[in-house]
Design a binder for this molecule. Sequence first.
Ligand SMILES: [Zn+2]
Length: 71
Amino acid sequence: MPMYEFQCPNCGVVTTELCRMGENGESLLCSACGLTGLMKQISGFASLGLSGGSGGGNCSAGCSGNCASCH
Ligand SMILES: [Zn+2]
């Protein structure tokens, strides 16, 4: 299951939860103040995991992510 970060709109505490795809945080409780209804965060960590293999982030040779063709 993917991990998502949810931020409490009341106190700002971020909670990391393992949850199903499509979870929007409405049913999650803030661990700090107990408020229900957390805001889903779009985290760099999560998107890195999803896009792994298609990034080519540290290759400057313009190979569009397929470094096997330029090294
Ligand atoms: Zn809170």
